[in-house]
Design a protein around this ligand. Structure first.
Ligand code: GLV
Ligand code: GLV
Length: 325
């Protein structure tokens, strides 16, 4: 196999190794900043394939500017950065990396739940400020997860793993609302399918695991936060665009909800002077849901195999547009 693959950002080394073992040459974006679309296009000119990140906008203009690309794989499960109808029209197979990152993302979600419920961040900051002067049984009081209701919005692969860990590991009650019913979580975990309104009103912790679409963009907003319990926490490890940040800030300031754990923000990256960062009941991480060594390696393996398969005209391991091969 011959040709150049452009990799538009830092990915696990196994990705390069597998592509090179297949005879492909690799070219990577080396700077410690996000390339502009122009720079991605420029770097793709000599390439027959691309490994892209969610931050790269692959729109109609991109496809028109890179007509020679024969395979693309996003190093992510999300693919809202890609104009799929344009890829379809040009018959370019698009790969992505679902499944391998579901567990890591679910574990990070549990980390956010615990960080929120037990004030991990603010308690740690108090030590750093020299405030741990004696044992005070009434300080940093959190809330148990056990017996609480976890509401899940979007019961796909990630949502159902969060449900499993929360139910079996922490004895939480699970309710959910999703585009599709998920009988497995209902049967195995006793999860109850509820209306959107019930989800908002009954959850002690409300965690989003949906993709961003026209339907979900901004769905967590002023009205929805107002419907939530004042003791509830809003958790988002999916996409920042599904919540309206100003409305979240206002809901927290007005104590309409108790706190929030965010791995994704709106916009991204979040600036260091963002008001959410100075709230003691808010925990923010910089979009690290799938950021474990194991998962990044598996994502690299899938992307490399997707590209090799795609260039050979064979089905990719995971593709968003399977009808091309
Ligand atoms: C990361 O956000 C992904 O979509 O994999
Ligand atoms: C994506 O959101 C998934 O559930 O894998």
């Amino acid at each position: 196999m011959d040709g150049v693959v452009f990799i538009s950002g830092p990915v696990h080394p196994v990705t390069f190794q597998l592509l090179e073992e297949a005879g492909l040459r690799t070219k990577k974006w080396k700077e410690d900043r996000r390339p502009s679309q122009e720079e991605v296009i420029e770097n793709c000119q000599e390439a027959c394939a691309l490994i892209s990140l969610v931050r790269d906008k692959l729109d109609a203009f991109f496809f028109k500017s890179c007509p020679q690309l024969r395979a693309i794989s996003n190093y992510a499960v999300g693919f809202e950065n890609i104009d799929l109808s344009e890829a379809n029209r040009r018959r370019i197979p698009i790969g992505y990396t679902p499944e391998v990152l579901s567990n890591s993302t679910a574990e990070l979600t549990i980390a956010l739940l615990l960080a929120c419920s037990r004030n991990i961040l603010s308690a740690n900051q108090a030590i750093r400020r020299g405030e741990w002067t004696h044992f005070d049984p009434m300080k940093h009081l959190g809330t148990d997860l056990s017996g609480k209701t976890l509401g899940i919005f979007g019961m796909g692969r990630i949502g159902s793993l969060v449900a499993k860990k929360a139910r079996l590991g922490f004895d939480m009650e699970i309710i959910y609302n999703s585009r599709n019913r998920n009988e497995e979580v209902e049967d195995r975990l006793g999860a109850a399918y509820v209306s959107w309104e019930d989800l908002l009103e009954s959850s002690d912790f409300l965690s989003a695991h949906c993709p961003i679409t026209e339907r979900t963009a901004g769905i967590f907003n002023k009205q929805t936060f107002q419907r939530m319990k004042s003791t509830a926490f809003f958790i988002n490890a999916a996409r920042g665009g599904i919540h309206v940040e100003e409305d979240l800030i206002q809901a927290l300031n007005q104590r309409e909800i108790a706190g929030s754990g965010l791995d994704v923000t709106n916009p991204e990256p979040m600036r260091s002077d963002n008001p959410l960062l100075s709230m003691s009941n808010v925990v923010v991480t910089p979009h690290i849901g799938s950021a474990t060594m194991e998962t990044r390696k598996k994502m690299g393996e899938i992307c490399a195999h997707n590209i090799i398969q795609g260039l050979s005209g064979k089905p990719m391991i995971h593709t968003i547009n399977p009808n091309f091969v």
